[in-house]
Design a binder for this molecule. Structure first.
Ligand code: NAP
Length: 286
């Protein structure tokens, strides 16, 4: 019988720890302030912001929404992000994506101070993953790892397979797994036989954004399956959210994250943890 990794419960536990540390920082007069930067209207972004604002409230982190018009230029947005990075009041900046097509997310991210990049996806934070210098770890990759560790598995020596090699999710989770001495295979659209890798995975992380990419029947018995993907599909005339792994209780995986309610809430909790860490570091470095 497959067990569900309950992301909501895990997130509440992580948030409770963050809230205690935020209260301690507050008492030193150093309250974290998370700025959410949004460009143009987007229902998906509104949903993310709602979740983030609620988590900020639960953890005692101040949350400020900053909105720019959809026709802002890339250069202007970079300048605004630089300005927020220089603010002594704002301790963390969350750049909400997707951005309008005329703006490169990478270019705007580079304008952020890495220690205010609470999503952990600035090139410096990604680079620090390769060394022992502590930066801000990418939230979604860290959330996938938290979900895996919550099962109590010892990762050393495990066959781990990551499907998807994006720089913000797939690559960082592969590095985090490797750090824990799992043997990691990373699959992408150039992989010749995806199924062969999926079938032998003891730990499988799927982060692609394609509903039904991985079928339950193809999972290895006893596998831990982390479904990072979020896809909106039409089902019986209604829109619903599903992951990349076909949802079916009849498979033999030992553990699986649901969508929604798996990696997503944990990612938001770790965004709060990064916001706390960023604020704490800013106090230390003056
Ligand atoms: P992305 O940047 O679009 O990356 C998708 C990756 O999947 C790419 O590396 C792509 O490889 C690979 N891919 C595409 N088709 C494939 C196939 N048939 N077989 C194997 N690999 C394939 O997306 P992302 O930002 O990493 O996000 C991935 C998914 O996670 C999305 O559904 C996103 O919504 C979700 N997500 C969830 C959270 C959360 O908190 N739960 C956070 C972030 C993202 P190529 O580049 O080689 O084509």
């Amino acid at each position: 019988m497959t067990q569900i990794i309950d992301g909501k419960t895990l997130a509440r536990t992580l948030e409770a720890d963050v809230a205690r540390e935020v209260a301690a920082l507050d008492s030193m007069g150093a309250a974290p302030l998370l700025a959410s930067v949004q460009v143009g209207p987007s229902p998906a972004v509104e949903l993310y912001i709602r979740h983030q604002a609620r988590a900020a409230e639960r953890t005692g982190i101040a949350f400020r929404r900053i909105e720019f018009a959809a026709d802002i230029s890339e250069r202007q947005l970079q300048r605004e992000v630089e300005r927020l990075s220089q603010s002594s009041e704002i301790t963390g900046v969350m750049l909400q994506t997707p951005l309008p097509p005329h703006i490169s997310v990478r270019a705007v991210r580079r304008a952020l101070d890495p220690w205010k990049d609470v999503e952990g996806v600035h090139p410096a934070n990604l680079g620090w993953l390769l060394s022992d210098r502590p930066g801000l770890v990418p939230c979604t990759a860290a959330a996938a790892l938290e979900c895996i560790l919550s099962t109590g598995v010892e990762l050393r020596g495990k066959e781990a397979v990551v499907v998807g090699h994006s720089e913000t999710v797939g690559k960082p989770i592969a590095l985090l797994l490797m750090e824990r001495l799992a043997t990691v295979t990373v699959c992408h659209h150039g992989t010749a036989d995806l199924l062969q890798h999926v079938r032998r995975a003891e730990v499988l992380v799927v982060a692609v954004g394609r509903a039904g990419l991985v079928k339950c029947a193809d999972l290895r018995a006893g596998a831990i399956v982390i479904d990072v993907g979020i896809n909106e599909i039409e089902c019986a005339g209604r829109r619903k959210l599903v992951g990349d792994v076909e949802a079916d209780q009849a498979h033999e995986a030992a553990w699986i994250t649901p969508v929604p309610g798996g990696v997503g809430p944990v990612t938001v909790a770790l965004l709060m943890r990064n916001t706390l860490r960023a604020a704490a570091r800013q106090i230390q470095t003056g």
